[in-house]
Ligand binder design. Structure first.
Ligand SMILES: [Fe+2]
Length: 361
């Protein structure tokens, strides 16, 4: 006796065939539901989906092919295996049976062993397919949940990174109120220039973060020098010139996916090698640093410094234009000028800022 039981719907318009096949399969542990026509069979299958359908072909009203086609059109029962059982011997009939969705074909008169073997095989196969599908569904669900958690964590870490960068920027600006906001304004202008140059979002994000902390090395310079009005001495100026190197040292071990430390290191380099601290030239300077330089110069000229009043945005634009191709990257300058020509002014808040008496001293 077969120890594998299953629920089988047998469809045949001949009650005698139904009874013979039914009794035979019942003896081997299968639960049988007979149906004398296609209509009754489909109703029974839809109401309570079996593990297998044994289907006669030649029946009045609706033949076996049509029953099978209708069954396959319904997604909830389409996966149930259908074995055709027919006296039709032609290859044409068998082909038609497979085309309409059958998985197997048994020719009448049948051998008991053959029927049992095929029924058992297809029920097992169907069971394996269902188990596999369930496993795939479970894994897909688990993966979707993991992906969601990963996205949430990524959002959280991005936010923390942003806040850390802001805190770093604020650290230096607290000591140097005259340049407070300088880094974020430079960052905003640099981002606008990079967008005008059609650079990628990823590049722009790295540039934005680097620019936010490009003067972090000023933490090393005594506050009296940073905040003092009047001309700086040569020694004081040489001390100020160490800030790119100090900034690099502070940031070099942070594993950013962008060259943030190098941007900071290079933001006072000039295309013709006249900059500091290394006197790098042309392509030796990162594009990010070349953009940062132009934004830095323009912002510095547009805003007040302890030792001088604002030179003004117009003069700043003239300066970068004069230095295009020598000190500054010509393409970066061109993009920057286009921004201002188009009426965009990322530095507008500086120009509109009323000049305080304190700053005039
Ligand atoms: Fe700087």
């Amino acid at each position: 006796m077969n120890n594998h039981s299953g629920d089988i719907v047998i469809v045949d318009d001949n009650p005698n065939n139904l009874r013979v096949l039914g009794i035979m399969l019942q003896r081997f542990g299968y639960k049988i539901r007979p149906a004398l026509n296609g209509e009754t069979a489909l109703k029974s299958i839809r109401t309570n989906p079996p593990d297998l359908v044994l289907l006669d072909i030649r029946m009045p009203d609706m033949d076996g092919y049509e029953v099978c086609r209708q069954l396959k059109l319904n997604p909830t029962i389409a996966e149930i295996p259908v074995i055709f059982v027919s006296a039709l011997q032609d290859t044409e009939d068998k082909l038609m049976a497979f085309k309409s969705g059958g998985v197997d074909y048994i020719t009448k008169p049948f051998q008991l062993e053959e029927v049992l073997a095929r029924v058992d095989t297809h029920i097992r196969l169907h069971q394996i397919q269902r188990d596999l599908q369930r496993l795939v569904d479970e894994r897909t669900h688990a993966l979707t949940v993991s992906l969601f958690t990963l996205n949430e964590n990524q959002k959280r870490y991005s936010h923390i990174l942003e806040q850390t960068i802001q805190a770093l920027a604020l650290t230096i600006e607290k000591r140097d109120p005259y340049t407070a906001g300088h880094q974020s304004r430079v960052s905003k202008l640099a981002v606008n220039i990079a967008r005008e140059m059609n650079l990628t979002d990823d590049f722009i994000e790295g540039l934005r973060l680097g620019a936010m902390v490009h003067d972090i090395g000023k933490i090393y310079i005594p506050a009296e020098i940073l905040n003092r009005s009047g001309q700086l001495t040569a020694i004081e100026f040489s001390l100020i010139k160490t800030h790119p190197q100090v900034g690099y040292d502070i940031m070099k071990d942070v594993a950013f996916p962008w060259s943030v430390a190098e941007m900071i290191y290079q933001h006072h380099e000039r295309l013709d090698g006249s900059g500091y601290p290394r006197g790098l030239k042309g392509d030796e300077i990162l594009l990010e640093a070349r953009i940062l330089t132009v934004a830095d110069v323009l912002e510095a000229m547009a805003s007040h410094r302890p030792y001088r009043l604002a030179v003004g945005i117009e003069k700043g634009l003239e300066e970068i234009q004069r230095g295009a191709g020598s000190c500054y990257d010509a393409a970066v300058v061109a993009a920057c000028l286009r921004l201002f020509e188009n009426g965009e002014n990322p530095l507008a808040e500086i120009i509109d800022e009323p000049m305080s008496n304190e700053l005039l001293l």
